[in-house]
Design a binder for this molecule. Structure first.
Ligand code: IMP
Length: 423
């Protein structure tokens, strides 16, 4: 296997960080291709907690090169903070280990202010991470984004910021009534930050092409999850990038190659942060119990995650939408010992029984149909699993027709069981 993609199959927070960390130990290059510092990948190494938002998880391994490709929206201010914190944890970061595409759109102060204004005053609250992700992707699509290469030249930067802010000014002044930095202030800030980013800037496109041709092992590290994809997700309660594997082609480039394996990180239950429909949500004490036991608090925003049973019609959909080829089932330990255990096998939707969602299905209308599963009480002190847990895993495999290749029962590297060989 030369190329592996890791994608969240639900609404993000499936535990991608730790699996990516383990698999990046076996590969040469780790690539982020979408999203930005809205992601939060928590990795526990030797009892030390490391949270990465923008920097790929490969940074934890000295033999690995980490690439932030052009599909990522890049906040230089957030990068500075993450760089400082990561260096403080004793991790080596230098331009040989980290390469950033000069074509990444830059998240500006204006993007962050707009995100905050819409969340507090807008007609629809999405429950964003507040990092300016959506407004920055809007700038990209409407062809007025500031690119990283622009922040290296004061004149170009100032000219582009003046164009960029022309319409936003009207929104800040007349709609949201808020103050915002002048073009001069923003130019100074970004130009200074540009000096820090400059040594890391590279032609990541040809770098990846050379790596692919040389047979190097490459891991594409997805952020968020398929159900937050701008095209496949539960629109409008989604993020603004292609979180599914299609994002790799546009956000990094695959140069005639193919992805050998798309590993779906899937929590043994379902969680969601922010607003939006959630068919299997447990609005009960049991939901709260799972939230607490699972430590379901957002790594980026500190918000409590909503919890519910595993939703197979959504998982089946994600498998198809993102070409998922195997599953890493995480946080299995959180379900161990529950008296009640259910799994959603289908929906009733407009008078019909369906077992797979589709883009645009109205998730407020679906009525989840559950199977009672036998509780399992594994303590994971040995590598063997109870019949009940194996039955839970088989139910998933049979429904979605791909194997569960990894089982994670705790946050540490040693609490991950591989049933399949990756790399
Ligand atoms: P944005 O990406 O900040 O625009 O937020 C849009 C939606 O995606 C919100 O519902 C967020 O809670 C969700 N979201 C964004 N990033 C993550 C993540 O890394 N994990 C889980 N949810 C996320």
């Amino acid at each position: 296997m030369q190329t592996l993609a890791i994608t969240g199959s639900q609404w993000g927070d499936e535990g991608k960080g730790k699996i990516t960390d383990l698999l990046s130990a076996k590969c040469d290059t780790v690539v982020r291709y979408q999203g930005g510092n809205n992601a939060g990948h928590t990795i526990i190494v030797d009892d030390k907690k490391i949270v990465l938002h923008l920097i790929p998880s490969g940074i934890l391994h000295d033999h690995c090169t980490s690439v932030i490709a052009h599909g990522v929206v890049f906040d230089p201010e957030a990068f500075k903070q993450e760089l400082d914190e990561t260096l403080k944890s004793g991790i080596t970061i230098n331009p040989k280990k980290l390469k950033i595409s000069e074509n990444c759109p830059v998240i500006t102060s204006y993007n962050k202010l707009l995100d905050a204004a819409r969340e507090s005053q807008g007609p629809v609250k999405i429950g964003t991470t507040g990092k300016g992700i959506g407004p920055c992707y809007e700038d990209k699509i409407s062809r007025k984004a500031i690119k990283l290469k622009d922040i290296l030249n004061k004149d170009i930067l100032s000219r582009k910021l003046a164009q960029n802010i022309q319409e936003k000014k009207i929104l800040f002044n007349n709609l949201y009534n808020m103050t915002f930095p002048s073009v001069e202030e923003e130019t100074e800030k970004l130009f200074e930050l540009g000096k820090l980013v400059e040594p890391f800037l590279a032609d990541t496109f040809n770098y990846l092409d050379k790596n692919l041709s040389a047979g190097k092992k490459i891991l594409f590290e997805g952020a968020q999850g398929v159900l937050l994809d701008i095209d496949y997700g539960s629109y409008p309660f989604v993020t603004s990038s292609n979180t599914s594997f299609g994002g790799i082609y546009t956000g990094a480039g695959l140069m005639g190659g193919k992805i050998d394996e798309v590993l779906a990180i899937t929590k043994a239950y379902t969680t969601r942060v922010g607003e939006g429909p959630f068919p299997t949500e447990l609005k009960s004490e049991l939901g709260e119990f799972i939230q607490q036991k699972g430590g379901e608090i957002g790594a980026t925003t500190g918000r409590k995650r909503r919890c519910g049973w595993l939703d197979l019609p959504l998982l089946k959909y994600s498998v198809k939408a993102s070409n998922l080829t195997s599953i890493a089932l995480t946080k299995v330990d959180v379900l161990s010992g529950l008296d009640e255990l259910k799994i959603c096998h289908s929906y009733r939707y407009r008078g019909k029984e369906i077992d797979c969602a589709w883009p645009g299905i109205d998730m407020n209308e679906v009525e989840p149909q559950f199977s009672d599963m036998k509780s399992f009480h594994d303590d994971f002190s040995s590598n063997s699993m109870s019949e009940e847990l194996l039955a839970y895993i088989r139910t998933i495999e049979e429904a979605v027709n791909i194997p569960v290749g990894v089982i994670a029962y705790g946050p540490e590297r040693k609490q991950i069981l591989f049933r399949k060989d990756y790399f």
